[in-house]
Design a protein. Structure first.
Length: 636
């Protein structure tokens, strides 16, 4: 795993910026603490930071050139099938040049691009972002993996292109830091920035499964080399029993591929179905697997370490539990805030950060169950959406109770208040279209509330028509079809812009590579060829995953509620972090002087935080804290 950065100057006016490559690459140090190198010529600069995983010798360092010195590559990620691709497509190449110089996937990708251009991208199994440069033609190719697991941001000026793995490195190229208030509007609703947009005007993320070519004529846009689609023609291909067998086969292959490493490797083990499946399969192919769990000292309801221990004992893994208190989480809030270089307010990033930090003390690579919920319908909202589509008396009663649910106290921080919150959201969703319901359940505040939160002076800079067009584009997969449309939307929005961003940021902040077998494209394509009833029905979410691996897992991990983990933000905001809110980031004086947010609304949010009915106010406060902390770091 690595960090990449680069700059392409079209003329002498911007060529002076090429010298910034060293500073830009240094900003990516945590992504690649082992080695850092740069390449420059008269118009291109490429920087690389390396976390050595496959072929840890210096011969595999980057930027890497071919035998002739004409072609250069910088690469972030892993190509798991690189050896078979080498054997199939590059035998003549190796014979011609006297053999490969390394045993790295980077060199294989370099020569595949030389021989086949971007046509080789559909052959790759893995996750990646890369830049490939041909010095003779002046042609550069940037590419990104199918589901956007590895980030690649870019800024295209009138006479230059700058790109990097992270915003902090991109800013070292001297690009303008102009806020996009339309994107801020969306961020306030979702608590993250939906890709391909960014919080800065002109900065975009390369879309998943896309590549772009840049040369003296500027950028050439291309159709994606892969597109995830719902394969309804495949719905009748497998019986339910046959589909289970096929899933086990594909998942086993995906896990086995991801065990390739020349450094210590382990797996996250939460006690849930997804991570337990990964551990069960990995244990088929490696002895004494290292597994890691977080235990919650102060939250017994959320502590699933006993279930993780059952799986670890069954497969005799070398299991480590990191038992943490609320104070341990609070202690690392500022570590998370410091690393984030674009507002991102999923508070589960805090336990993710700590898990990665602790795991990195033992291994360099960890397998995870990420993607299982989005691909196979594992979230509570999936069960709720399925129920919403059934005409039942219970639905009618919950819908009729909307005035009552509105009047009752709603909060995630109590058993009954959380029940009232869920009933209110369900009843509210019942009155909306499929698209509007999805958006309402994906967001924390409504569009009108986001508008009110932004200062009146800046509201003219929020293009509401553009915002609505972007929203409809994000929801384009939702029509009047089955639940696979909901899952496809999750893949394109929640997985891409929230879950994968969280894992990438928090793992890279700790120089840990995380691999996700559930996001092997052969598994994902298979999943989207299965009918909805194989994934969710009235009894079960993620049905086929649960049933396919039932004989491999302890029975105790079945038939129990799905437990996420709620960081105690509300309590922190009322006590330990209140000075940060009231005296600093959301102080009345600072908000007024800054001029971005409506001070009357921020003051009202602070009062509601201390009320008996806080609802999801703490989530909005956290989004504001993250933004304000970021703004102070980059604008003050």
């Amino acid at each position: 795993m690595c960090g990449i950065t680069g700059y392409y100057a079209l003329n002498n006016n911007t060529a002076a910026n090429l010298t910034n490559v060293t500073q830009s690459a240094q900003k990516l140090f945590k992504r690649g603490p082992d080695v850092g190198n740069v390449f420059t010529d008269h118009k291109v600069a490429l920087g690389h930071r390396r976390l050595s995983i496959i072929d840890t010798s210096h011969g595999a360092d980057q930027p890497m050139s071919d035998a002739s010195g004409r072609y250069i590559i910088i690469f972030n990620g892993e190509i798991f099938n690189f050896q078979s691709l080498s054997d199939k497509y590059l035998s003549a190449t190796w014979q011609r040049i006297g053999g490969a110089k390394t045993s790295s996937d980077t060199e294989v990708l370099l020569y595949l691009l030389i021989e086949y251009g971007a046509g080789c991208l559909p052959w790759l199994d893995g996750f990646f972002a890369f830049a490939f440069y041909d010095k003779e033609s002046g042609r550069m190719i940037l590419g990104r993996d199918r589901y956007g697991k590895k980030p690649l941001l870019y800024y295209m000026g009138r006479d230059f292109l700058a790109f990097a793995s992270e915003m902090k490195a991109l800013l070292e190229w001297g690009i303008p830091k102009e806020l996009d208030y339309s994107v801020l509007h969306q961020y306030l609703q979702l608590n993250y920035v939906p890709q391909p947009q960014s919080m800065l005007k002109g900065v975009a993320k390369l879309r998943p499964a896309h590549y772009m070519i840049y040369d003296q004529n500027g950028m050439q846009d291309h159709a994606p080399y892969y597109e995830l689609k719902i394969n309804r023609e495949g719905y009748n291909k497998y019986s339910y029993e046959e589909a289970q067998q096929e899933l086990v086969k594909r998942m086993d292959h995906a896990v086995q591929e991801r065990l390739i490493a020349d450094v210590p490797l382990g797996a996250f083990l939460s006690g849930g179905i997804d991570s337990s499946v990964i551990v069960a399969l990995a244990s088929r192919h490696t002895q004494q697997l290292n597994t890691f769990s977080i235990g919650y000292k102060d939250n017994a309801f959320f502590d699933e370490t006993k279930y993780a221990r059952l799986v670890a004992d069954q497969y005799k893994t070398n299991h480590t539990v990191f038992s943490l208190s609320n104070n341990d989480f609070l202690e690392h809030v500022y570590d998370v805030l410091d690393y984030i270089d674009e507002p991102f307010a999923d508070s589960s990033a805090i336990p993710e950060y700590i898990l990665c930090m602790q795991t990195r003390k033992h291994v360099t690579v960890a397998l995870s169950g990420d993607g299982g919920d989005e691909v196979f319908a594992g979230y509570n909202k999936h069960g709720a959406e399925w129920k919403m589509r059934q005409r039942s008396t219970a639905n009618a009663l919950v819908k009729a109770g909307l005035p009552l649910w509105k009047a009752l106290p709603r909060s995630r921080n109590g058993k009954f208040s959380n029940l009232f919150r869920q009933l209110h959201r369900f009843a509210e969703g019942a009155n909306l279209s499929v698209r509007d319901r999805y958006w309402r359940w994906a967001t924390f505040i409504k569009p009108a509330e986001a508008s009110t939160l932004i200062s009146k002076d800046l509201r003219p800079y929020t293009d509401l028509k553009l915002i609505e067009a972007e929203r409809q584009n994000l929801l384009a997969a939702l029509g009047h079809g089955d639940m696979n449309e909901v899952l496809l939307t999750d893949m394109n929005l929640v997985l891409l812009s929230d879950m994968l961003v969280k894992v990438d940021l928090m793992s890279m902040a700790n120089s840990l590579e995380v691999r996700s077998p559930f996001l092997d494209h052969k598994v994902v394509d298979f999943a989207f060829s299965l009918p909805e009833q194989y994934k969710v029905d009235g009894r079960m979410k993620k049905r086929i995953v649960q049933d396919a691996f039932r004989n491999m897992l302890p029975p105790e991990i079945y038939n129990r509620p799905k437990h996420g983990f709620e960081i105690p933000l509300l309590g922190w905001f009322r006590k330990e972090l209140w000075p940060l809110i009231d005296d600093d980031l959301l102080s009345k004086k600072f908000v007024q002087e800054q001029g971005i947010f409506n001070v009357n609304v921020t003051e009202a949010l602070k009062r509601k935080l201390h009320s008996n009915n806080p609802e999801d106010t703490h989530a909005t406060i956290w989004a504001l804290i993250v933004f304000q902390y970021w703004w102070k770091k980059y604008y003050c």
